[in-house]
Design a protein around this ligand. Sequence first.
Ligand code: VGL
Ligand code: ZN
Length: 202
Amino acid sequence: MPNEALVVVDMQNDFCEGGALAVAGAHAILPLVNRLIGRHDHVVLTQDWHPAGHASFASSWEGAEPFSSMRFPYGEQTLWPDHCVQGTPGAEFHPNLEVTKAQMIVRKGYHTGIDSYSAFRENDRMTRTGLDGYLKARGFTKLVFCGLALDYCVAWSAIDARQAGFDVAVVVEATAAIDLDDSRKRMMSDMRRAGINLNATA
Ligand code: VGL
Ligand code: ZN
């Protein structure tokens, strides 16, 4: 479909088994993600891309534990293990990901003080990546999402895409979740409420 683009979220080594912020089930979705890429004419990849010492890393704060929460100027922020540091192997796409067809790679999380789960708007909910402008300029009206992690970067991106006016589907079987404090269930219901189609298949 000429007006439809596939957005593959953060299929990077650090989010796969053996990586710094491994999401259980990440390897298993690779064949499904690659099949979706094969079936779409237009493919966009997102890449989590943090500078060393990023504010979302627990290691940046004395005595802070990974997966705890901290009050940031823009609100509550979960602290993560160091991951997807710019230029490191952990930040590279998984070697088996079919990247050749990608027309656009959008990086996010590169501002030291602001995390970015969404590929459209950083966690301060104000700083924009410009991805919506790109997609609209290309004439896309429908976006299909897959990748990692369902309950963080996929969900936040999909909800922002709805808010930007796109018709949105998430291929849930081609995602895997971190599931921190019931986040999978919460974000599934937030996505449903936002009018996102969660029944698409790979
Ligand atoms: C992600 C936590 C931190 C994700 C990225 O890709 O879902 N989650 N950075
Ligand atoms: Zn990150």
